[in-house]
Design a protein around this ligand. Structure first.
Ligand code: SF4
Length: 246
C-alpha cells in the first residue's frame, strides 16, 4: 500500500475544508471494516499518524491489524507509573508476536517525586489532576508531533462515547482522531480476539473489564456496566482523553 507523506498540518479550529473532508470520510467509513479504516488513516496521514493504547482488547486488536498494514506506525502507551504489571507485560508479548515496539511515554516526574510533591497519592484526593498530570500532559506532548491519532474507543462503552465518529476533529488535542472500532460491540471485539488469537491482558479473565491504572480499577460483576470498575465509588468516569475539550 502506498503511504502518503504528510498531508495536512491541522491547527485549531480545523479549516472548513478539513472539517468537511473528515465528515465525508467518517460517513463513508461507517460500513468499512476496522482494517479498511486503519488503511484509510495510514494512506491519508502517513507517518503523521500515531496510535495510543492502554493495552485494552480494542487496542490489542488494532495493533494486530496495524502490524500487517503499517508496522512502522508510532504506537505509544501512557505509562503513568501506576499501571498493572500484567498490562505492561503485554508490551513484551506484542513485541514478540508482531515485532512492534509500543513506546512507553512517561510524565516528567517519577511516582515517588510526584507523590512527594503532592503530599501523597493524588489519585486519592484529586484524581482529575492526577490524570491531567500523568496522562493528559503526556499525550498532549506526544500528539504535537502528529496530525492524527487512533484509539480503541467504542460507542457502546458509555453514554459519553455514544456519538463518537469514526473520523473526526479532536478539539482537545487539535489533531484528527480515528476510531476504527467505534461501531463495534464488545462481543465483536472478543470474537475477533479469540478468532485471531490476539494477545490480551490476563486480568480480563479475572473479572477486570475496562483496565486503567491499578489504584483506580477494580474487577466488576457480570451485571455491572463495563466501565463500572474505573474510579469506582467516585463521580469520575473518564480520564479526559476521550472527552471533548474546549
Ligand atoms: S487513572 Fe488514577 S492513577 Fe492513573 S492517572 Fe488517573 S487518577 Fe492517576
Amino acid at each position: 500500500m502506498a503511504v502518503a507523506s504528510r498531508v495536512i498540518s491541522p491547527s485549531p479550529p480545523p479549516p472548513n475544508e478539513l472539517r468537511g473532508e473528515l465528515a465525508r470520510a467518517s460517513r463513508s467509513l461507517e460500513t468499512a471494516s476496522p482494517a479498511e479504516i486503519i488503511s484509510w488513516g495510514v494512506e491519508r496521514f502517513g507517518d503523521r499518524l500515531t496510535m495510543a493504547t492502554a493495552f485494552g482488547p480494542e487496542g490489542c486488536l488494532i495493533i494486530h491489524w496495524l502490524a500487517a498494514i503499517a508496522p512502522r506506525t508510532f504506537v505509544f502507551n501512557l505509562e503513568t507509573g501506576y499501571q498493572f504489571p500484567e498490562t505492561l507485560a503485554l508490551r513484551d508479548l506484542i513485541a514478540a508476536r508482531y515485532g512492534l515496539q509500543v513506546s512507553l511515554e512517561r510524565p516528567a516526574s517519577s511516582v515517588d517525586e510526584f507523590e512527594r510533591a503532592n503530599g501523597g497519592p493524588l489519585y486519592r484526593t484529586d484524581p482529575d489532576r492526577c490524570c491531567s498530570d500523568r496522562k493528559l500532559a503526556v499525550i498532549r506532548r506526544v500528539l504535537t508531533r502528529f496530525d492524527a491519532w487512533m484509539s480503541g474507543l467504542r460507542r457502546d462503552q458509555s453514554a459519553d462515547r455514544s456519538a463518537a465518529p469514526i473520523v473526526g476533529w479532536d478539539h482537545k488535542f487539535a489533531v484528527v482522531k480515528i476510531s476504527p472500532l467505534a461501531n463495534w460491540t464488545k462481543a465483536m471485539v472478543w470474537d475477533a480476539i479469540v478468532r485471531e488469537q490476539v494477545p490480551y491482558n490476563p486480568l480480563h479473565d479475572r473479572g477486570f473489564v475496562s483496565i486503567g491504572c491499578a489504584p483506580c480499577t477494580r474487577a466488576v460483576n457480570a451485571d455491572e456496566d463495563e466501565r463500572a470498575g474505573r474510579w469506582s465509588g467516585s463521580a469520575k468516569t473518564e480520564c479526559g482523553l476521550h472527552s471533548r475539550g474546549s
